[in-house]
Write a protein that binds this ligand. Sequence first.
Ligand SMILES: Cc1cc2nc3c(=O)[nH]c(=O)nc-3n(C[C@H](O)[C@H](O)[C@H](O)COP(=O)(O)OP(=O)(O)OC[C@H]3O[C@@H](n4cnc5c(N)ncnc54)[C@H](O)[C@@H]3O)c2cc1C
Length: 321
Amino acid sequence: MAQRIVVLVEHLYGEPTDVTFELLGLARRIADSDGAIVEAVLLGEGVRHLAETLPAERVILVEHPALRYLAPEATAITVTGLLRTDAPRLALLPNTSLGMDVAAWVASALDWPLVAYCQALERREGQLVATAQLFGGKILADVAVGTSPTVISVLAGAFAAAALEPAAPGTIEVREPPAELAALRTHAASLERPAAADVDITRAEKIVAVGRGIESKDNLELAEELAQALGAVVAASRPLVDAGWLPRSRQVGKSGLKVKPKLYLALGISGAPEHLEGMKDAELIIAINKDPKAPIFGVADYGAVADLFDVVEALLERLGG
Ligand SMILES: Cc1cc2nc3c(=O)[nH]c(=O)nc-3n(C[C@H](O)[C@H](O)[C@H](O)COP(=O)(O)OP(=O)(O)OC[C@H]3O[C@@H](n4cnc5c(N)ncnc54)[C@H](O)[C@@H]3O)c2cc1C
């Protein structure tokens, strides 16, 4: 039987998430190089129609009310059962809040190795090598994988997505949900959508990001004004969100969102590792900070050691004129 590469399908509000197609694209490229097959694991309730949209040779479908929101406990138990029955060479999960929980659980339950925060997976001299980020990306570790079943959680945005249409329709294999789903310790009650009017900073091409240097909620108006002049959106470091100055959907970083805009203008942000984790892959980073030793300058393409209020004022003048 051909080797298998399994991808966990993450879905939200009735649609597979972008990272799912990135994982399927990655799995396809590895499979094409050595004749393996790509298998998508689709869990949920009333999700059968999604199976046809997945570019995979085979879709394993498990439906149960407890899997409706892909709550970690129910998802991990089901994935563990599926992988235990027929161990693939690689199990690829998204390194999202869901995938991080599930990947660690599954790897531990099966006693398989886990490579988390994977940003690259490629063949080198006949050997598959995964590159994982450690310490928020300050250190990269290369790990040889694939000689025994391995769980890999892959960073969103690290790989190109597979074509949306499957080249040929895959087979759909329906499996029984595991009996343990009747005795779960956690239950997902509902899924709250963020306020519809808010922006999606992960899709923004230009971001004006503000940190504690902005000093007060009232001063956010200045950042908004600059963002408007630049055609950008405003995002923030965590302290501003914790203070309730901006919604959680604007937070960049480890416990916020990962962004990859063309321009990231950081105003009064020190550049803590937890913040850098969410923005260091931006194409162009410009940092304004009063402190020449601020770590944000370590990732910035351009920086100005200056008072952000002076710089914003000067920029607005220039852009306005
Ligand atoms: C588990 C965990 C998860 C976390 N997740 C996140 C996360 O997702 N995102 C996140 O951002 N943080 C996160 N943090 C918090 C993180 O460690 C930092 O505390 C936070 O990023 C600091 O925010 P800041 O840069 O705005 O503030 P500070 O570190 O206080 O920096 C303010 C900066 O503004 C500069 N400044 C002050 N006034 C001016 C001025 N007038 N002009 C120019 N510069 C000025 C100062 O020199 C300073 O460098 C997390 C922490 C933990 C422990």
